[in-house]
Design a protein around this ligand. Structure first.
Ligand code: NAD
Length: 515
């Protein structure tokens, strides 16, 4: 019998698992369907490493069934009135809001972030749903009378079956970067959530059914490379949205586009902040610590490099004191500031990178390698870590760490800080802390990163704009970003119609028509 994530898998708000009996199911034709696979991937609670559930490596036949479901649903869904689609998105938006706690509890259990962070994860996805409710004013094309009696009008039409492949770090937000826009524009979607935290996607799929989306408009398949390769090669799938690591995303972009698909791919990052000595110290230091250590640094917009400009270097002891107040712990404990890393391998890699910095001559000014909250001996813990005296050639600077580690570099001038940021291959985000509008404007104009913060530590735009990372933080040209106006462009294709209705051909203009 189908087990629903929303109703049967009760997240108790603690770590009283394991629930090894629970099997995550596929979602096809608006039904939860058990996989017949023989290959299962265990989902672990990162705070305990207990098994929470298991997720199938969805079989090829099951992947095909999901695509057939989406293909069958497409003609009727494309022809469903925009008002009807909008009504369903409104309902979904309300349902996501009403089920925020269930979604957040599922995220804490499978991904480990704190409950407050998990609610933020859902909220940022909810905001994309809310924005998609305005589709009736976002989708219209254009019309122009190009000559006497001749006009050209343009329509934005859906692509057909599209797919989204998601990472572990925002189990609700990132599926919702794609889902509302893909379906409200008339496409049918295949979602492939992360195999490490699939629960939120399953809840969202069930909420789509509750909101009235017809069978086949949203389908969910699971697994790792085999499911992704299926999506990359299936000719019926016209477009792929990917968020994840560089290694995987560059592969997906290459193979997906070689197969003639549209691919948008958001990848890794190394986000810098320039701290000027004229900034509001209290605000800046607290914002820097929150952006570096919150969500255990497992945000693509986490602050990973602090450039102290000139005398701002003297504030480092205060930053370190501030960071000591951040406690790693269970996401269910309201006093925890950050949860564990996602897997033991991620933890080991993070520890290894900290150790490499030490060996290469940097100073571990705050060391989170041994931080282990009481009662959780088996979790993947790393506490807030600050490394000073970092040089760009060090391994810790060259690689994305994806942990609660802040690297500190010094620059004498703003231009020195800008040069360092611009010489980095990634371009997701860059931030300046200053009280000088002129310095901020200079920074904003010269820095190459696609998302700039001025006294704002994590400058992710709300979904009426798009997520605009650049350079190696996106694959390919990065022309069509996630959500906002670009999101609608990504999921639609233009059709233009030019018509000539000659006035001369109108019958009986001066007298009543004989017909
Ligand atoms: P990941 O690349 O390991 O996994 C992402 C997806 O790819 C998953 O669904 C996974 O099943 C699939 N996958 C994994 N290995 C694969 C393979 N060999 N072949 C095909 N598919 C494969 O990423 P992750 O660890 O889940 O997420 C963390 C990464 O995501 C970080 O690098 C982070 O910066 C990035 N990220 C970027 C953004 C952004 O907007 N730029 C946002 C969030 C996360």
């Amino acid at each position: 019998m189908a087990q629903t994530h929303l109703l049967t898998l009760t997240y108790k708000g603690d770590h009283n698992k394991p629930d090894t009996a629970h099997e995550t199911q596929n979602f096809v034709d608006n039904e939860l369907v058990s996989s017949t696979t023989t290959k299962w991937i265990e989902v672990h609670d990162p705070a305990t490493n207990n098994v929470v559930s298991r997720v199938p490596e969805t079989t090829l036949d099951e992947c095909k069934a999901a695509v057939i479901s989406a293909q069958n649903a497409f003609p009727a869904w494309r022809d469903t009135s925009i008002m009807k689609r909008q009504e369903m998105i409104f309902k979904l938006t309300n349902l996501v809001r009403e089920n925020m706690d269930s979604l957040a509890l599922s995220i804490v259990t499978e991904q480990g972030k704190t409950f407050a962070d998990a609610k933020g994860d859902v909220l940022r996805g909810l905001q994309v749903c809310e924005t998609a409710c305005g589709i009736t004013t976002q989708l219209p094309g254009e019309v122009l009378e190009v000559a006497k009696d001749m006009e050209t009008r343009s329509y934005r039409l859906p692509l057909g079956v599209v797919a989204a492949i998601c990472p572990f770090n925002f189990p609700a937000m990132i599926p919702l970067w794609s889902l509302p826009i893909a379906i409200v524009t008339g496409n049918c979607l295949i979602l492939k959530p992360t195999e490490r935290a699939p629960g939120a996607t399953m809840i969202i799929a069930e909420l789509c059914k509750k909101a009235g989306f017809p069978s086949g408009v949203v389908n969910v398949i699971h697994g790792s490379k085999p499911a992704v390769d299926f999506i990359l090669d299936a000719p019926e799938i016209k477009a792929i949205s990917f968020v994840g690591s560089n290694k995987v995303g560059e592969y997906i972009y290459e193979r997906g586009t070689a197969n003639g698909k549209r691919v948008q791919a958001n990848l890794g990052a190394k986000n810098h902040a320039a701290l000027l000595p004229d900034s509001n110290k209290k605000h800046a230091l607290s914002a820097i610590a929150g952006a570096a250590f919150g969500a255990a640094g497992q945000r693509c917009m986490a602050l990973s490099v602090l450039i102290t400009v000139g005398k701002a270097r003297e504030w480092l002891p205060e930053l370190i004191e501030n960071a000591k107040g951040y406690q790693a712990g269970s996401g269910f404990n309201a006093r925890s500031d950050l949860g564990p890393l996602i897997t033991p391998q991620s933890r080991d890699r993070c520890v290894d990178l900290i150790t490499s910095a030490e060996k290469e001559g940097a100073t571990i000014a705050l060391d989170g390698r041994d931080q282990k909250p009481e009662g959780f001996p088996n979790g993947n813990w790393v506490g807030p870590t600050i490394i000073t005296g970092v040089k760009p050639e060090m391994r810790c600077y060259q690689e994305e760490i994806f942990g609660p580690v802040l690297l500190c570099v010094e620059a004498d001038t703003i231009n020195g800080a800008i040069d360092l940021i611009n010489s980095n291959e990634w371009g997701n985000g860059a931030v300046i802390f200053t009280q000088s509008g002129s310095s901020a404007t200079h920074f904003q104009k010269r820095v190459e990163s696609g998302q700039v913060g001025i006294n704002v530590p994590i400058p992710v735009p709300l979904p009426m704009f798009s997520f605009t990372g650049n350079k190696r933080s996106v694959a390919g040209t990065g022309m069509l970003n996630f959500y906002g106006k670009d999101g609608i462009r990504f999921y639609t294709q233009w059709k233009t119609v030019t018509s000539l209705w000659r006035t001369e051909d109108a019958t009986d203009l001066e007298k009543p028509t004989s017909m």
